[in-house]
Ligand binder design. Sequence first.
Ligand code: KIV
Length: 283
Amino acid sequence: MVKKNILDFAEMKRKREKVTWITAYDFPTASLVEQAGMDMILVGDSVGMVVYGYPGTIPVTMDQMIYHTEAVRRGAPNTFVIGDMPFLSYQKSVEDAITNAGRFYKEAGADAIKLEGGKRVIPQIQGIVNSGMVVVGHIGLTPQSSAQLGGFKAQGNTAEQAMTLLEDAKAIEAAGGSLLLVEGVPPETGKIITEALSIPVYGIGAGPYCDGQVLIVSDMLGIFEIFTPKFVKKYANLADVMRQAFREYVREVREGKFPTPAHCYKMRAGEKEKLEEMLKEIL
Ligand code: KIV
């Protein structure tokens, strides 16, 4: 499988071919995602909620993001990997933004970085792009500013808000953003943004008209049970599968049914008898 790049994604938009991506945070998941032929992987700061159990994404650090991105890169060497810039890794200054975006490239082998926000992060987007990196914008429901949004709430559901998001989207495109993610908006809003931009626009909870879709892996596999956003489709219920496996293991160990000889290493020929002789001498 050949790794796709931003030219491929632009071409896919022209041909109206949908792009598929998903989040991943570790080596085995990334490897399975690559085997399934996914176009790209986002190492999202959602790791804070679905892996670390934080109530939101705010506590996530750059170091955590780098560890997870490195693991994903190793698991999916031929898939386009996006590193997600965590809270306060880019908001304070353009210099911070370039330095931290660069860490995803230099330390973790990412192919692009994603950051949240519209017009207010344009200088950061320009700085990162001028440094030779690929930027994915993220507008709509932006979890890092959920306190300002009044929680994890749908956005762009009035004509005025939709127009504001469209302005943000156009500003990101003009600043050099190569791809755009729109989260938590009605399909009408997702559609006007997708049609107005020449760069690919992808959706999570933004309806069917976007150029592609992303989901959070733990949501779509049914592992994360704290809450499930309306836009999630569960393609599996791994929580039930895992609970069942854990219960069976506990029962079998307690009942002496595991391990069996099939799970045990063998002594070398003649060594068992030798060991018994040696033990006789000391016991
Ligand atoms: O952090 C994340 O997983 C995200 C999702 C909205 C895709 O940004």
